[in-house]
Ligand binder design. Structure first.
Ligand code: URP
Ligand code: ZN
Ligand code: ZN
Length: 458
């Protein structure tokens, strides 16, 4: 099968030019100024549109047991929604079971994804117990299983948190095997004290989730894990950075030459603490960790994205329905499952709020939605660019196509949308996954189970 995407403007992280793109089977075969004389089986006219690398979302939680329930999207519904939004590859977090092995966690996640994923996927591994066996297993994951990144937590004591010594040992291990550590950086034990005190005072509403997780405690943990990485002489990657105080820690480290990287998420750019003040229990929609921050933080984060102190924007997609899931915390904010949906709207929000509003240019848009993730997580140049030989994960992006976001029309399997009623301008019209046209405007053409596991290099 040969597909010609013609008359479009190709945008990569570094270039912007008018060209035709020829796809042959699963790969980009040729890029040229006029390829219409060649043989092809189907053609897509991309006049007036951008031809960009498919989005890569390196932070998703599909089919994830958490907070006494399970995230509402599985690998089928979540990856299909991702594709509608222009994302063609996700890196999801496999989880070491309590008292179990990393191997078991990886097998569990392969089982969840196999036969269901609609786009390609890779895994990070959440390690919740660091001991001789899990440290040895880390080598095998990096060297044989294509899982080269590990997430550790300074938050959620009793669930995911590991102590500083464990973090340090795991970091040293990645220094040997070429993997690297991603950190959820919030001071969990102190947050637990604040939660206990809030509940003792009868403060049960969703907004207390945010009020018991102050930005200072994100900054403290960010500072601490960067220091640990510095002593272990390894890079570190901070996930879902939300606050300007935490960004300042990353910036200062980078200015000193420390290999600290960080991502933020659309919710921290487009929502704020005020959302927790919505009437009744509506604030539960935004209960996630770290929480939404006070207005003003978002402009600092945009500055961070512009200056590359923030490397990219992931989603931390971890949806829970209001009905029966978020409602578990009706009487106590501490029981509201942490997480929110975002896998579908990331690209459109960033185009509208980033490119259209003049905060970033198109190349930076491609960088923060695709190329940076591919480079940092070992998928490049298979993914993350448009070049001969790269996977034909390509999005034809109409800068003027509007979407009005609503739970009634989105493709995520969750009963609310955090951006309900908001209109974004700029969205995909055609999405290719390894050469297959899987989305055409509002039509799903893809196949459940066609997504492949992608091994990443250590
Ligand atoms: O609230 C969040 N972020 N839920 C997902 C788990 C995590 O910490 O990333
Ligand atoms: Zn986290
Ligand atoms: Zn997460």
């Amino acid at each position: 099968m040969r597909t010609l995407i013609k008359n479009g403007t190709v945008a990569t992280a570094s270039d912007l030019y008018r060209a035709d793109v020829l796809i042959e089977k699963e790969k980009v075969a040729l890029i040229g100024t006029d390829l219409s004389g060649l043989r092809f089986d189907q053609t897509i006219d991309a006049a007036g549109k951008y031809v960009i690398p498919g989005g890569i979302d390196p932070h998703t939680h599909l089919d994830m047991p958490f907070g006494g329930t399970k995230s509402a999207d599985d690998f089928e519904t979540g990856t299909r929604a991702a594709a509608f939004g222009g994302t063609t590859c996700v890196i999801d977090f496999a989880i070491q079971p309590q008292k179990g092995s990393l191997r078991q966690g990886l097998d569990d996640w392969h089982q969840k994804a196999q036969g269901k994923a609609c786009i390609d996927y890779a895994f990070h591994m959440i390690a919740r117990e660091i001991h001789a066996q899990s440290l040895a297993e880390m080598d095998r994951l990096v060297k044989e299983d294509g899982v080269s990144s590990f997430k550790l937590f300074t938050a959620y004591p009793g669930v995911f948190m590991v102590d500083d010594a464990s973090i340090f040992r795991a970091m040293q291990k990645t220094g040997e095997n070429g993997g690297f550590i991603c950190m959820h950086a919030e001071n969990g034990p102190v947050i637990d004290v604040l939660i206990e005190q809030a509940l003792a005072q009868g403060h049960t509403a969703p907004k207390y989730h945010a009020l018991t997780r102050p930005a200072r405690l994100e900054a403290e943990a960010t500072h601490r894990v960067i220091a640990l990485a510095e002593v272990a002489r390894v890079p570190v990657y901070i996930v879902h950075l939300s606050a300007k105080e935490a960004l300042q820690q990353v910036r200062e480290a980078r200015d000193r030459g420390v290999r600290a990287m960080a991502e933020t998420c659309p919710q921290y750019l487009f929502l704020s603490y005020e959302n927790y003040e919505e009437p009744g229990f509506a604030g539960a929609k935004y209960v996630m960790s770290p929480p939404l921050r006070a207005k003003g933080n978002e402009e600092e984060l945009w500055a961070g994205l512009k200056q590359d102190d923030l490397a990219l924007v992931s989603t931390d997609h971890c949806p829970f329905c209001m009905k029966e899931q978020k409602e578990l915390g009706k009487d106590s904010f501490a029981k509201i499952p942490n997480g929110a949906p975002g896998i579908e709207q990331r690209m459109s929000l960033l185009w509208d709020g980033g490119v259209r509003s003049g905060r970033i240019d198109i190349n930076r848009f491609v960088q923060i939605t695709s190329t940076a993730a591919a480079k940092i997580f070992g998928l490049y140049p298979k993914k993350g660019t448009i070049a001969p030989g790269s996977d034909a994960d390509i999005v034809v992006f109409d800068p003027d196509r509007e979407i009005r976001w609503s739970a009634k029309t989105h493709h995520m399997r969750v009963d609310y949308n955090p951006y309900e009623g908001r209109t974004t301008r700029g969205s995909p019209t055609h999405v290719f996954s390894r050469g297959e046209l899987i989305v055409e405007n509002d039509k799903w053409l893809g196949k459940t189970g066609a997504g492949r596991f992608i091994k990443r290099g250590g």
